[in-house]
Design a protein. Structure first.
Length: 364
């Protein structure tokens, strides 16, 4: 099992450690609900160094990325970031990713930890036709996500660059905690605001200590991956292996907004997805809130009131910020309209739920 450079830090802080995506990671420190609310109201730090990072550069970088990703990469300029996915050529998704343009003809792709090898092989295979310069730097880079309404205020103490003025989904290289060439982006997976900080492993201890020292006056705390999951689910953000996988298309998963059908862009599965749109969907991803008492979990059946199976739960939890049990499901299109009553099969009982618009958490 792999581990990040911060394993000893987590253990010293009393984290409960578990295997996650092939890495030994902190799942929680004080407790899920406390940590979740702390990020919503103040500031917390996630070690997400398990994520994968690839560099794609050169004159053929843009043609390659236009072909293998769903979003329109030509819209990016240096410092801008895009959410995107790799369609798999069979109507599903290889992975979702963040795509940074870091300089002219240079891009950084940030992918899910569990998919690093699969994604790299996929990019390398398609690059045979394009000949871009590609590099897998996942083993050399660590990543801290500092999230919450006070995150940028706290981190501003560590740099002369005005990060509080940065727009959402932008990035820049800067000197941070005295370390030059740190990539800081206004991104995150919580819906609480904040930033993500990329740095070389050798600078990890210095950055970690500086982040916690700078955040002391804001009551900064380390946060585990369990709260990261409840925070992202309250926002309706997709998690690979749950809302999206190799069997569901971006269109069915509600990711039409990152799937760009424009004349200057040919991409994997473009024709298939155009056909899907033209013919109408048979199923789609929806969000639901429980009416009856119960917590939905992945792979629970979704039924109509007669008990006929109409879908399958993809994620479920109790949302600490909204005080409700919530979930996502792939569901028969005939039951996907807002306010439709559906039933989740929990321990052989049909418990009532209702289809709602995501995000579940609308802000304070």
């Amino acid at each position: 099992m792999k581990e990040t450079i911060f394993r000893a830090n987590h253990e010293k802080l009393g984290a409960k450690m578990v295997e996650f995506a092939g890495f030994y990671m902190p799942i929680q420190y004080e407790g899920l609900s406390v940590e979740h609310q702390h990020v919503r109201k103040k500031v917390g730090v996630f070690d997400v160094s398990h994520m994968g990072e690839f560099i794609v550069k050169g004159t053929n970088a843009l043609p390659l990325l236009q072909y293998i990703t769903s979003n329109d990469v030509s819209k990016l300029t240096p410092g801008k970031i895009q959410y995107s996915c790799f369609p798999n050529g069979k109507g599903g998704i290889v992975d979702d990713l963040l795509l940074y343009q870091t300089a002219e003809q240079e891009y950084l792709l940030v992918v899910n930890a569990a998919n690093i090898e699969k994604d790299w092989a996929w990019i390398a295979k398609h690059n045979e036709k394009f000949g871009a310069t590609i590099e897998n730097i996942s083993e050399e880079i660590s990543l801290l996500a500092v999230q919450g309404p006070l995150a940028l205020k706290a981190m501003q103490k560590l740099t002369d660059t005005n990060i509080e003025a940065m727009e959402y989904y932008t990035s820049q290289y800067l000197t941070f905690a005295g370390v030059p060439d740190i990539l800081l982006s206004t991104t995150g997976y919580t819906g609480a605001g904040g930033c993500e900080i990329y740095f070389k492993n050798k600078d990890g201890e210095k950055i970690w200590n500086a982040v916690f020292e700078a955040g002391k006056e804001f009551d900064i705390k380390p946060i585990g991956l369990a709260a990261r999951d409840t925070l992202r689910l309250e926002m309706g953000f997709c998690l690979y292996g749950h809302e999206i996988d190799d069997t569901i298309s971006p269109i069915e998963a509600g990711l039409g907004w990152i799937t760009k059908f424009v004349d200057h862009k040919d991409f994997i599965d473009k024709d298939y997805m155009l056909q899907l749109k033209a013919n109408g969907l048979k199923r789609k991803l929806i969000g639901f809130e429980m009416i009856d008492r119960g917590i939905p979990r992945i792979d629970y059946e979704v039924c109509d009131k007669e008990g006929n199976k109409i879908g399958i739960v993809r994620s479920g939890t109790f949302g600490p910020s909204i005080n409700k049990s919530i979930g996502t499901a792939w569901i028969d299109i005939n039951f996907a309209a807002l306010d439709t009553e559906i039933y989740i099969k929990i321990r052989e009982k049909l418990l009532k739920a209702i289809v709602v618009k995501m995000p579940f958490y609308k802000g304070e």
